[in-house]
Every structure is written in structure tokens, then in C-alpha cells.
Design a protein around this ligand. Structure first.
Ligand SMILES: Cc1ncc(COP(=O)(O)O)c(C=O)c1O
Length: 384
């Protein structure tokens, strides 16, 4: 890779977290320990949630939330076709059946009307994804959940900072699931967090995340004296390490500063691309504070004379890394053969998935990087 190549989603890592990681390595306590506890405590405060459990991914957060909700074989969970595959895979791993409800063309978030049309007597939960940092229509979704007594598991992988009607997303439903993967708004390399309202869910998820061992089993090697543990269910291995939390603690302190930087870049893209014949991301509704996680444009070949994939290659030749978030879930062969899903049955997600391009939006971008992205987009689209 050329040294001038602008890597998509490259995170902003500063000295404070580098020093904290080094101090953690020197402390000799690498696994789940005091730093994880500190990160959980800080995250709870930030999200205004009574409980938070740090895990090794958002995927694990979703999977363990579904299990903690008591959902499994013969149950259905409704989610969106416009998401990362892990949202759907987590439902499958819990033993439940995923059911897709198409997304809204403007917000790219799940459409509450479509949710209603997919409810059956087997439906046990709705799994909305707050897409790109926008918020789903939580007032409509909470009404549906209340009407049919459904659990809500919010996929907040893109939406750490998002609020809806002044309330943080992830706190509407029973479970709020977050990602700290390398390209996310807070990074710990790999990592995730689930926030819950009830102590019972907190305790269940902690046990499920560590082999089914009784709570606080991670303290078995601490200076508090040897502790026996008991295995109460066949759990998983999804705990966060102190090395990861050392990054997260400092990333969380700068979450608002980084958000402001991304919002500025977003506005600059909006102004610079206004005259181009491409769809820009929709502005957040007044009741939403957007997390500005992904800046996505739609490349419609009939409008601009170049396909999305040709545009991706052209950006690469201009040394700019881009992303695709996402090909709609029914485009993938596993889901087609297992569930009989066809892209055409979810027309909004299909269109978005075939035309979308995410442009770099990291807080790490210098003004000159942003200018390079803008120049490249204009050069490619004006040539056509
Ligand atoms: C919408 C969405 N859900 C879930 C995930 C899974 O997150 P993780 O990689 O932390 O498991 C991602 C990650 O990209 C995502 O974008």
C-alpha cells in the first residue's frame, strides 16, 4: 500500500491511551480486571444506564442479550436487511430465526411499518440498528413493542453518541449493544459493551460471557484470596481485557471532541457535494442527535454514468480508501439458501446496498485529507 493511501476508518489514537496500555502491560494484569471495571463505570455514566458489561465485541453483546432475554429455538427476532452480517448471525447463533423488515430509504434505519407487517405469534423481539449514527424511530418501535410485548435489543454499533428525543439510544429497550471495533467512534481494537436496565440481565450476561462461571470468577487470581467458582451453564468466552479497556477509558473521554470534528467534516462534504448528482446522507430529524459515524453517498449509474463499483475502484486509484455499508443481507448466498430471502423483497435495502459508498470520516483526518477526498469525488464524477 502506498504511504499516501488514505486508509478508511483509521482511528485517532493519542498518547494518553498508549501510556495506559503500556502501564497495563507493566502491571501484569492483562485480562479482565480493574481497568475493565473503570471503563464500565465511565460508560454507564456516559450512557445514563444503571448497568454496563464490557465484552469482546458488539456481536457478543447482541448474542448474549438474546440469550439473556430467554429467546431461542422456535422464536423469531425482527431486524433490518441494512446491517452488518453479525446482527443477523447473532440471532441465528441464539437458535432463534431472524426475520427481516425493510429499511426506510431516507434514514436507512428499519421502517416501523415494515416491522408491523412481519409480526407473527412467534415474534419475541425487535432488533433495530441505529444506522450510520442516526436513530431509528424509537417512539413507533416502542409502541409496537408495548402492543405485542416484545423485547427490544438495540444495535448501537454506529451510535455511541446518538440520542433520540434527548434520551441516549441503547436505553430505550432492554439491551443496548455497542462496538469498539477499530473503525468505530470509540476503539479498543476489538471490543463491545452491553447496557441493561435490570440487575438480573447484568448478572446473566456476566455469567454467559465467562464460561458460565459464577459472577466475579475473574477475581479468582486476585489478591483477595483464592476463590472457587461454580459453572452454572455452558457459557461462552466473551470478556473484555484490561489492555482493551485501557484504550477505551481515554477514547471515551474524547468522544465529544471527536464527534465535533466528524460533524465538521460531514458539513464540509455536504457543502462540497451539493451540486453533484448523487444522494447525500439525510439530515438528522430535529429530535435526533446524530453520531456521524458513516458519511454515505449513493452512486446511481443512470444519474452519474458510473457504477458504484467503478466509483470504488476510481477512488482507490486516487489513493482514497472507501467502505460499503452494506450490501443488503439477502444478497449473501448463505441467507438465500437458508431462509429463501431475495434482495428484491427488500427493495430499499437492495437499492442502498447496490449504490452506497462510505467516505472517510475519522476524527483523525487532517483538513488536507478531507480536501483530497472532496477533490477525488469531484474529479471522478465530473469526468462522467
Ligand atoms: C451495525 C453493526 N452491528 C454489529 C457489528 C458488530 O460489531 P463487532 O465487530 O464489535 O462485533 C457491527 C460492526 O461492524 C456493525 O456495524
Amino acid at each position: 500500500m502506498s504511504k499516501d493511501f488514505l486508509i478508511f476508518g483509521s482511528p485517532l489514537i493519542e498518547e494518553a491511551e498508549i501510556e495506559e496500555v503500556v502501564a497495563t502491560l507493566r502491571s501484569g494484569w492483562l485480562g479482565t480486571g480493574p481497568k475493565v471495571q473503570e471503563f464500565e463505570n465511565e460508560f454507564k455514566v456516559y450512557k445514563q444506564s444503571p448497568y454496563a458489561v464490557a465484552l469482546n465485541s458488539c456481536t457478543a453483546s447482541i448474542h448474549l442479550s438474546i440469550l439473556a432475554a430467554g429467546i431461542g429455538p422456535r422464536d423469531e427476532v425482527i431486524t433490518t436487511p441494512m446491517t452488518f452480517c453479525s446482527t443477523v448471525n447473532a440471532i441465528i447463533h441464539s437458535g432463534a430465526t431472524p426475520v427481516l423488515a425493510d429499511c426506510d430509504m431516507e434514514t436507512q434505519c428499519i421502517d416501523p411499518h415494515s416491522i408491523r407487517s412481519k409480526i407473527t405469534p412467534k415474534t419475541k423481539a425487535i432488533l433495530p440498528v441505529h444506522f450510520a449514527g442516526n436513530a431509528c424511530d424509537m417512539s413507533a418501535i416502542m409502541d409496537i413493542a408495548g402492543e405485542y410485548q416484545l423485547k427490544i435489543i438495540e444495535d448501537c454499533a454506529h451510535a455511541i453518541e446518538t440520542t433520540y428525543q434527548g434520551k441516549p439510544v441503547g436505553t430505550f429497550g432492554d439491551y443496548g449493544c455497542f462496538s469498539f471495533y477499530a473503525t468505530k467512534n470509540i476503539v479498543t481494537g476489538e471490543g463491545g459493551m452491553v447496557i441493561v436496565k435490570h440487575k438480573e440481565d447484568n448478572d446473566k450476561i456476566r455469567i454467559l460471557a465467562l464460561h458460565g462461571m459464577t459472577a466475579d470468577a475473574w477475581k479468582r487470581f486476585s489478591d483477595e484470596g483464592f476463590k472457587h467458582y461454580q459453572v452454572v451453564c455452558p457459557g461462552f468466552k466473551c470478556n473484555m481485557m484490561d489492555i482493551q479497556a485501557a484504550l477505551g477509558i481515554h477514547q471515551l473521554k474524547r468522544v465529544d471532541r471527536n464527534l465535533q470534528r466528524r460533524e465538521k467534516i460531514w458539513q464540509k462534504y455536504n457543502e462540497s457535494f451539493a451540486a453533484l448528482n448523487i444522494a447525500l446522507p439525510s439530515d438528522p430529524a430535529p429530535e435526533i442527535k446524530h453520531a456521524y459515524h458513516l458519511y454515505t453517498i449513493l452512486i446511481d449509474k443512470d444519474e452519474v454514468g458510473i457504477s458504484r463499483d467503478e466509483f470504488l475502484s476510481a477512488m482507490h486509484r486516487e489513493n482514497i480508501g472507501t467502505g460499503v455499508h452494506y450490501l443488503s443481507i439477502p444478497e449473501h448466498p448463505f441467507y438465500q439458501t437458508t431462509f429463501g430471502w431475495k434482495p428484491e423483497d427488500y427493495p430499499n435495502a437492495m437499492k442502498i446496498g447496490r449504490e452506497t459508498v462510505s467516505l472517510p470520516l475519522s476524527a483523525k483526518l487532517a483538513d488536507s485529507d478531507v480536501d483530497s477526498v472532496i477533490l477525488a469525488v469531484k474529479k471522478i464524477l465530473r469526468k462522467k
